[in-house]
Design a protein around this ligand. Structure first.
Ligand code: ZN
Length: 294
């Protein structure tokens, strides 16, 4: 089985990105896995600290490992938005393939100092674990927001990206480039889209020369995502879109069978709804939509 680092390298060479999807139950995991298998593309499954608390850190590691081994399929596990070294160590020991060590709310000097320490501590446990650092402000909460926060002051610069990467030794960097966690209600309804600062991404890539992750990809304009990947984004995170699909699927499943109590008869509706979103995002990230149109 090839490692996550090799697959990122390969994606970079091919001008595509690896999709990262957050899961917090077995139905979401099954949906992500099914969509990735259907397209035969590598995929990252991520869980934030709260998502891990609900599912179980060692339990999700066992589930993802069992899928990877049984189907010989490149599905990898990421410890998304981890705010303390203790939680990071827990994920490293459980066998996570990568971690988002997120101290972006701290002043940059403090963020750099503590991220460097975390890189050393985590690599001591698992040398092949990839560590991602975060800079800038992209807001919090993969949920539906009523109003848009002002994130213009928290955009990342090429200079700070370069300095952060060189001083911390991270493998992956997540910059703030117009992206935002969560979605506005108008985005859920499809009336508005997030727009990205593609030039900023290209500048950061050129200066920092490292794998780049785009967080908060839900609700982003498709063309901007394509351009962002061309400019150097290697991983795109999608969470809120899946959560919206999960809820819609559940409501439909319950409405269709108002008297049903058997979970495995209701939940396929959730699985289908989520799988559709994952599949369409994976096609975009892997350049499959253009192939289909041609
Ligand atoms: Zn994120």
């Amino acid at each position: 089985m090839r490692r996550l680092r090799d697959l990122l390298q390969e994606a970079q060479q091919n001008g595509v990105a690896i999709g990262h999807f957050n899961v917090s139950d077995l139905v979401l995991l099954k949906a992500v896995f099914a969509a990735a298998r259907e397209l035969n593309v590598p995929v990252l499954v991520g869980l934030s600290e709260s998502e891990r608390e609900f599912v179980g850190t060692r339990q999700i590691a066992a589930l993802v490992r069992s899928l990877r081994e049984e189907f010989d399929f490149p599905i990898f596990l990421n410890a998304d938005h981890t705010h303390s070294l203790a939680k990071g160590i827990e994920a490293a020991k459980a066998g996570f393939d990568s971690i988002v060590f997120d101290l972006s709310s701290l002043p940059i000097e403090e963020n750099m100092c503590q991220t460097k320490q975390a890189v050393e501590a985590l690599k001591a446990i698992n040398p092949s674990m990839l560590v991602e650092g975060e800079i800038g402000d992209i807001g919090t909460g993969s949920e539906i927001h009523e109003s848009s926060p002002d994130l213009s002051k928290g955009l990342s610069t090429a200079e700070e990206a370069k300095q952060f990467v060189e001083s911390t030794g991270v493998d992956i960097l997540a910059p703030a480039v117009g992206n935002m966690h969560g979605m506005l209600r108008s985005m859920v309804q499809g009336e508005t889209k997030k727009r990205l600062d593609v030039e900023r991404i290209a500048g950061i890539k050129q200066a920092a020369r490292i794998f780049l992750t785009l967080h908060g990809g839900s609700g982003t304009d498709d063309e901007d995502l394509r351009k962002a990947i061309s400019a150097g984004i290697n991983i795109v995170h999608i969470n809120t879109e899946l959560r919206v699909a999960w809820r819609h699927g559940l409501e439909q499943g319950l409405a269709k069978q108002p008297d049903e109590v058997v979970p495995y008869k209701i939940l396929p509706s959730v699985l289908d709804s989520v799988k559709q979103v994952v599949g369409s995002r994976l096609k975009l990230f892997n350049g499959r939509q253009m192939v289909q149109k041609a």
